[in-house]
Design a protein around this ligand. Structure first.
Ligand SMILES: [Fe+2]
Ligand SMILES: [Fe+2]
Length: 346
């Protein structure tokens, strides 16, 4: 349980709240000690002594303590085993069961009261040994939420989710020592990794599933400026599904806890995607995606680089990574105080 400090008017204080500083009257008589509980009598005494505001400790349950998060991780672990088995068997020639594949994602999503929480929860999952399969599950979840944000038709939501689950199926054909190599890849090894797009398309191409799912496996590393792979096709030749999957793909790769890089705060990822992906990803989808993520953290508690804890109270639409936050009762605009930034979600 994390605790944050908020400055409250004495009139708003409720019985049972915990005070964060020693409170004295004008004659330096201690009215309430730091860490003490404010009872009805104590609150009355503070008012009588003309105390105007008090720093109060507010308990905040961290994400990992939430019952909803615990249920999410249990479901996620269960579905991950099934997803891994399904992807491997499809790669070995088994039939593609669309309903089965979709249920692996929808089964997790259906348990969430707020669908957008998936963005927060994915950031708090522990590291999984087999990155490819947890990454495929994550991209399916992200594609599912994104398509719902975009108000896509049910069939499109389903197909896009499955496209997320199968986008890296070609990686089952990449030697494991290259796939999981912790050090930087050599040029030749990178060429082998790049083949997962063509391999994925080859695995899926003769299956009775929508063409757009097959194309997402082939084109999710293409970039609108023609600098992607495998064919270096530009924006007008890249299909809609591949454009969306590529955004979810990069977002998950950036937030994942990889052995060679620490976990990134979602606001850092938004900043990185804004600067690095402009001109590479479809601009409309990218802006919509990043806006929804940022707005998802409205009213969340965060830690700032100056070690203050703060509540996000307003998202600056023109500067998503620098919202207005509230610190001990005072608004603090991160867009105007550029030396301070958000470092983590509490
Ligand atoms: Fe990929
Ligand atoms: Fe991927």
């Amino acid at each position: 349980m994390d605790r944050v400090i908020d400055t409250m008017d004495v009139d708003d204080i409720l019985d049972g709240m915990i005070v964060d500083d020693d409170i004295y009257n004008d004659h330096w008589i201690l009215l309430a000690p730091k860490g003490g509980i404010l009872t009805v009598d104590k609150i009355a005494l503070l008012k009588k002594s003309h105390i105007k505001t008090v720093n109060i400790r507010i308990p905040v349950s961290s994400v990992t303590e939430r019952a909803d998060f615990k249920e999410f991780t249990e479901n996620y672990d269960k579905q991950l085993d099934q997803a891994q088995e399904a992807i491997k068997s499809i790669s070995d020639g088994a039939l593609v069961d669309m309903d089965d594949l979709y249920s692996m994602t929808s089964g997790i999503m259906d348990t969430l009261k707020c669908k957008s929480d998936v963005f927060t929860y994915l950031g708090f999952l522990h590291e999984y040994d087999d990155y490819t399969f947890s990454h495929s599950s994550n991209v399916a979840l992200l594609a599912n939420v994104f398509s719902q944000w975009m108000k896509f038709e049910e069939e499109d939501v389903r197909d896009l989710t499955i496209a997320g689950m199968l986008h890296d199926i070609g990686k089952t054909k990449v030697p494991i020592e290259i796939l999981n190599k912790p050090a930087k890849l050599t040029e030749d090894e990178f060429k082998v990794i790049q083949l997962h797009t063509i391999n994925g398309y080859t695995i899926l191409k003769d299956r009775p599933i929508p063409n757009r799912i097959k194309l997402a496996a082939l084109n999710h590393h293409e970039r609108i400026n023609g600098m992607g792979y495998p064919r270096k096709i530009g924006s007008d030749k890249i299909d809609q599904f591949s454009k969306i999957i590529s955004i979810c793909d990069v977002y998950d790769a950036m937030t994942a806890n990889r052995c060679y890089r620490g976990k990134l705060c979602p606001f850092d990822v938004i900043g990185k995607l804004e600067t690095q992906s402009y001109g590479e990803m479809d601009t409309n989808y990218l802006i919509a995606f990043l806006k929804h993520i940022a707005y998802n953290y409205l009213n969340s508690w965060v830690r700032l680089s100056n070690d203050d804890e703060a509540e996000i109270i307003f998202i600056n639409p023109t500067e998503l990574t620098r919202p207005i936050v509230k610190i001990r009762g005072h608004a603090f605009n991160l867009a105007e105080n550029r030396e301070v930034k958000i470092v983590s979600i509490l």
